[in-house]
Design a protein around this ligand. Structure first.
Ligand SMILES: NC(=O)c1ccc[n+]([C@@H]2O[C@H](COP(=O)([O-])OP(=O)(O)OC[C@H]3O[C@@H](n4cnc5c(N)ncnc54)[C@H](OP(=O)(O)O)[C@@H]3O)[C@@H](O)[C@H]2O)c1
Length: 327
């Protein structure tokens, strides 16, 4: 079988396409034949030595997989069942989804929800799931459409683009914060009402309120600026660190405006996954989902990862395994 396998290179990992024996895969009750696997920013960091992500070498990359059960040693799954796996250490400490097969414990595996094809689920992937989790959290913490808009940073990335589309679909006016000067058409197409550059957000500890809250996929100074311009009782969900891990802010948004900063970690428990994936198949499902992702072959993964780390990619890209019939 073919895999994008990450070997140790000093203190970090270095990935490449290899042929390997299926028997060498990490153990688990279920063998999954991969149909699609998304490529995420974290995968690029892991595969190109951008950070110490992989915990055990060698390890097949890929933090997500949509596929069919090939062999089952668990009563809950039968051969042919369509399933989704993400997180739980796959691609980091357990052989991941950028491979023709993977083997995983049955407790990590979710049946594909009704209302999503395998390609649609992979198109959403961890990015769509994380965006949906953040949207779900903003709603649970009281954000409703109708007042000030909601902001999304890293708006042209996987998480950002889904966040824009899902929030717009729920009736929020969305301000897309993007560092790409030519992203206007793409973001307007996702139904963003306004597009701003992080450079235009100012650097005051509290600024005129521009949004009722938001989803931050960028981190660093962008998150600080989102907090500073958040309205009274607003909620900002921190989900990513593409622009940095430092958070230089003050207590003022919290004590003067009662702003809530909430953290999102997509490696949720299985009940949360089931509930949020069901929302992805229904009220949070973006329109025209099948066309959202570019499709590449496994061999093209290293080049895509390079461009991703250089901030030159837009939206989602998924790897299709098995050619025709993968729909
Ligand atoms: N917490 C979780 O569980 C979880 C789950 C999924 C993803 N994440 C994180 O969320 C972030 C976004 O993930 P993704 O898959 O959407 O990544 P992505 O597709 O690569 O998008 C990242 C976006 O961040 C923006 N960005 C701002 N400054 C950047 C810089 N210096 N270098 C590169 N990009 C920069 C860019 O959008 P603009 O040009 O439009 O500004 C870029 O498109 C990542 O940090 C990822 O690790 C976290």
């Amino acid at each position: 079988m073919k895999a994008y396998r990450i070997e140790q290179d000093g203190k970090v990992g270095r990935g490449g396409i290899v042929e390997m024996e299926r028997d060498a895969l990490d153990p688990g009750e279920l063998t999954i034949r991969t149909r699609f696997s998304g490529v995420n920013y974290k995968d690029a960091l892991a595969g190109l030595g951008g950070a110490h992500i992989v915990r055990r070498y060698p390890c097949n990359g890929g933090i997500e997989c949509v596929g069919d059960i090939a062999d089952s040693g668990d009563d809950r799954f039968a051969p042919g069942d369509a399933v989704i796996v993400h997180g739980r250490g796959i691609g980091v400490s357990h052989d991941g989804g950028l491979a023709e097969y993977m083997r995983v414990p049955a407790d990590w595996v979710l049946a594909l929800p009704e209302g999503l094809t395998a390609r649609e689920a992979a198109t959403l992937g961890v990015a769509g799931y994380s965006a949906a989790l953040a949207v779900d959290r903003l709603q649970a913490l009281g954000l409703r459409p109708g007042g000030l808009p909601v902001a999304v940073s890293g708006a042209t990335g996987g998480v950002g683009a889904y966040s824009v589309a899902m929030l717009a679909g729920l009736g929020f006016d969305v301000v897309a914060i993007s560092s790409k000067p030519d992203a206007g058409e793409y973001l307007s197409g996702l139904a963003a009402k306004e597009i701003v550059s992080p450079a235009d957000l100012g650097d005051k500890p509290v600024a005129t309120a521009r949004w009722c809250g938001g989803i931050d996929a960028a981190g660093g100074p962008v998150l600080a600026r989102m907090l500073a311009a958040c309205d009274r009782d607003g909620v900002v969900a921190s989900i990513g660190n593409a622009a940095g891990i430092e958070l230089a802010t003050t207590v003022l948004p919290f004590i003067l405006r009662g702003v809530t900063l909430t953290g999102i970690n997509a490696d949720s428990d299985m009940d949360t996954r089931r509930r949020v994936w069901n929302r992805l198949a229904t009220d949070l499902k973006p329109k025209g989902l099948a066309d959202w992702a570019g499709i590449i072959a496994l061999d093209e993964v290293p080049d895509l990862m390079r461009r991703m780390l250089d901030g030159k990619t837009t939206g989602r890209t998924i790897v299709a395994f098995g050619g025709a019939g993968t729909e």
